[in-house]
Design a protein. Structure first.
Length: 183
């Protein structure tokens, strides 16, 4: 059906749970049987609050290009333990096609998963991050003061919490959708 319709590319979709919670996603492949969607557990559980096998509504949507994202690491370890958190984030976001304010996304690095809350997205609450320069800023992690008291005490000053603009999805790899598939 999508092939016959005049849809915008990249193909982006709004996913809605029964409670009205929504997120947005690209598509990795159209291989699921009709009426089924395969999505990562973190999208279903954490962002849509839908159990495995639950019902969601999938709607084709066009999103503007992201200009700004305000992100909050859910653990200060993301900023303090990674030598270059910005580079790790930039690399991981290449696998995403879009972002939605209010979503929490997992960032994997060195066998550890860090949760990042997307607090704000401009120019709209959901935006495409494919081939766009998006200014990204971090807010302090909820446990930053506690982490600093335990781990940083007499060390050098904390790294800056603001990242310069970065090209989060300029790479046109075939696997650019593998972090947020919606089959």
């Amino acid at each position: 059906t999508l092939a016959r319709l005049s849809v915008d590319y990249p193909m982006l979709f709004q996913l809605s749970g029964n409670d009205g919670k929504t997120t947005h996603s690209g598509v990795l492949e159209f291989s699921a049987e009709e009426g089924c969607v395969y999505a990562p557990e973190w999208i279903l559980r954490d962002n849509l609050r839908v159990a495995d096998g639950g019902l969601i509504t999938v709607t084709n949507i066009s999103l503007p290009k992201a200009e700004f994202c305000l992100l909050q690491p859910q653990s200060a370890a993301f900023v303090y333990e990674l030598s270059n958190a910005k580079a790790v984030l930039e690399n991981e976001l290449r696998g995403f096609s879009c972002v939605t304010a209010g979503d929490t996304i997992p960032i994997s690095y060195n066998n550890k998963v860090y949760s990042i809350l997307i607090q704000e997205v401009k120019p709209s609450p959901a935006a495409c991050i494919i081939e766009t320069d998006c200014r990204v800023e971090f807010t302090e992690a909820p446990d930053a003061a506690e982490y600093e008291a335990k781990h940083v005490n007499n060390q050098a000053a904390a790294p800056a919490m603001e990242a310069p603009p970065m090209d989060v999805a300029a790479d046109d790899d075939d696997d650019e959708e593998d972090k947020k598939p919606a089959g």
